[in-house]
Design a protein around this ligand. Structure first.
Ligand SMILES: [Zn+2]
Length: 136
């Protein structure tokens, strides 16, 4: 996968800019039967405050899963809120699985961040319209 979705935030640390607006479309990898056939819409605002890089915004992913009852494919959007802060000087090199692992060398990996927040916002089960009111 091409990792082109990184944003240089060094201008925030240097004080030259107050915020950076990020509007991107990033691919999301499937997870446990949920598929993403087109990129997610990412809108973020980055700011630097009191030693932390803050990322706030939304990620809207366009998911397809199979109904748990009839196995019909169901398309649905996953709306994930982003409200995270990172140590801007941390990095994947130092701690590959730590919270700062979307920060690499003064850049934030927007695709990685979007992937993580979308996976954490996925529903527990998928139901088509016909079966959405039935209890499993
Ligand atoms: Zn169904």
């Amino acid at each position: 996968m091409v990792r082109g979705h990184t944003v240089d935030f060094s201008g925030l640390l240097a004080g030259g800019r107050r915020t950076i607006e990020v509007v991107d479309e990033t691919p999301i990898e499937g997870f446990e039967g949920i598929r993403f056939e087109r990129p997610a819409d990412v809108q973020l605002e980055l700011r630097y405050a009191e030693g932390w890089l803050e990322a706030r915004g939304t990620v809207v992913a366009h998911a397809i899963g199979d109904c748990d009852v009839c196995l019909e494919p169901v398309a649905f959007d996953v709306h994930a809120e982003v409200d995270e802060r990172f140590d801007p000087h941390a990095g994947r090199e130092a701690d590959p699985f730590g919270e700062g692992n979307v920060i690499v060398g003064g850049r934030i990996d927007v695709a990685d961040l979007a992937q993580q927040v979308v996976l954490s916002a996925l529903p527990m089960g998928v139901r088509c319209a016909e079966h959405s009111n039935e209890k499993g």
